[in-house]
Ligand binder design. Sequence first.
Ligand SMILES: C[S@@+](CC[C@H](N)C(=O)[O-])C[C@H]1O[C@@H](n2cnc3c(N)ncnc32)[C@H](O)[C@@H]1O
Length: 232
Amino acid sequence: MEASKKLIQDLKRQPGTSKLVERVVEAITIHETSFFRDIHPFKCMKELVFPGLLERRAKQNSLNIWCAACSSGQEPYTVTLLLKENFPQLQSWNVRFIATDISNQILDRARNGKFSQLEVNRGLPAPLLLKHFEKHGLEWQLKPAIRSSLEFRKLNLIETWPPMPKMDVILLRNVLIYFDVETKRRILGQVRKLLHPDGYLFLGAAEMPMSIDNAFERIDFPRSGCYKLRKL
Ligand SMILES: C[S@@+](CC[C@H](N)C(=O)[O-])C[C@H]1O[C@@H](n2cnc3c(N)ncnc32)[C@H](O)[C@@H]1O
């Protein structure tokens, strides 16, 4: 990945190569994902994170969530289905859910919300499939109300981020592994500023921020990859 990062930097310095840069990005990004991937983070959201946030945000009635490397959408749609099934009171709240990725092609797929049989077989419980998807030929498409509740946008984590609202929950799973320590530190520093002091950060199972940015501490929920900001 170091070599590909250098290649993209070199390409960007050449005039008139933006289309080529985009093609290289599309060719080298790894989009592996699935519904309810690793399951424990979603148990943690259901049992700890959202019950606490709903109580603490009851006056504002608003929640902001950001999925920062959303791939083809299984991850943000998992969170949306989890909220819909378990916290129906959020229907009257102002819930803003932003899902971003560096790849335009994968974002188009995510917006479309269409998945093959193989993809829905990977982690999606059958009752959720039957309730929230429509069958189109050999594929399953999420119903329009679910799809339209998410804002999909292009965002490169290693460039300057556009303004975003303060977040209650940030998912940054299985993407930091591709960056060097300095880049991870910079990204986590920006996450720290964007997260509400009582918000939550979810990282992939193999990603631990403590040695890179000790502002974060692990939540006491087994295998959740969930972190909060240390109290100063
Ligand atoms: C392995 S997938 C992880 C997807 C999902 N978060 C999960 O855990 O299932 C990594 C995603 O990160 C995206 N990605 C890679 N580099 C990125 C960058 N610099 N900025 C934003 N997204 C990036 C890729 O396009 C890919 O969709």
